[in-house]
Design a protein around this ligand. Structure first.
Ligand SMILES: N[C@@H](CCC(=O)N[C@@H](CS)C(=O)NCC(=O)O)C(=O)O
Ligand code: FES
Length: 104
């Protein structure tokens, strides 16, 4: 396993909700990432942010890991959920709050 792959696996194993993004949740550096932050916040999610701009290996690695070409990327319970468009759709359908509700 590559170093980036291993680090990504650890991050998603150790944190229930993770947003791989450009910038940080307090200072997003792209509108798409900002939208993802807003959606997660409005859903009341506690989440960890990973700034891919600070780490080119993670920026590339997360695309391969998820088989998804763009940032932001959200993981919930170790599973890839999607980018900002998917997050927005799931917010509107109510699926997002369902996913965020702990199962046990
Ligand atoms: N429609 C996408 C928008 C995300 C997007 O287009 N991201 C681009 C620009 S920020 C990207 O990650 N490009 C590759 C890169 O910058 O590494 C979504 O739903 O998340
Ligand atoms: S950084 Fe340019 S669109 Fe995201």
């Amino acid at each position: 396993m590559s170093d980036a792959r291993q680090r990504i696996q650890e991050i998603i194993d150790q944190n229930r909700v993770v947003l791989f993004m450009k910038g940080t949740k307090s200072f997003p550096q792209c509108g798409f990432s900002q939208r993802a932050v807003q959606i997660l916040k409005s859903a009341g999610a506690e989440f960890v942010d990973v700034n891919v701009l600070k780490d080119p290996d993670i920026r590339q690695g997360i695309k391969e890991f998820s088989n998804w070409p763009t940032i932001p990327q959200v993981y919930i319970d170790g599973k890839f959920v999607g980018g900002s468009d998917i997050l927005s759709e799931m917010q509107q359908s109510g699926e997002l709050s369902q996913l965020l509700t702990p199962k046990n």
